[in-house]
Design a protein around this ligand. Sequence first.
Ligand code: NAP
Length: 244
Amino acid sequence: MGKLDGKIALITGGSHGMGAADAKLFAAEGARVIIGDVLDDEGQALADSIGAEYRRLDVTSESNWTEVVADIDENIGHIDILVNNAGIVAFTPVATTELSEWNRVIEINLTGVFLGIRSVAASMKAAGGGVIVNLSSSAGMMGYSNLSAYVASKWGVRGLTKAAALDLGPDNIRVVSVHPGGIRTPMTAGMEGNEMYASQAIPRIGEPEEVAKLVLYLVADATYSTGTEFIVDGGATVGQALNF
Ligand code: NAP
């Protein structure tokens, strides 16, 4: 018997990286998984390989969200779980960040999460409740240089999670944020050996499966947690190691 038997789960940005790890684990635990992404070939291939479904879903598009959620409601069932995982990063110092670049990061990383929460709320209420997991970051717990738009978007996700948890609690919908540190995905390609990992309490990059196990715990077992942060970062946000 799987931990998610009978559950319907939509995972955004699930074609590769952490979203794909969530999709594989959820499917193995019995969930009916729908991968939403803009990478159609990769998303469809992954869905086929794990017995999931794929839908094209650009998280910045209000109409796309409406179509996809209506399609799932009609043809699969009410959504029990949403993982707002899609995201992008832009490595630029604040003084030279183009407005278009700032807007693009905020649009995908923060507005996309808002649209996702708003779009599934009625479906989850109809299901009798649900769980929404929003991917923030260690960059939603502290600052990083050369990442101003990303940091702002991830702090925004952390705050939105708290407000949404209060609004949706009466409908039996829990909303939590997950804060990974550096994880080995296409987003961090080439950064596996970065020296920043050496000063962490766990001095290595994380694996997507280590995050997926936390996400599974949050949707399946964390029945008394909502509006709060769950950190999976090898100790990156714990503090600074000193060498006296
Ligand atoms: P990833 O490997 O780049 O995967 C993200 C997925 O989201 C990709 O398939 C991406 O497609 C997709 N995507 C981008 N824009 C989209 C849009 N408008 N609509 C739908 N899908 C879209 O990223 P990841 O490393 O797995 O990260 C997953 C989440 O964790 C992100 O929110 C990220 O910010 C966060 N995070 C990552 C790390 C890390 O170290 N990797 C650390 C902390 C937090 P494209 O490839 O075409 O962009």
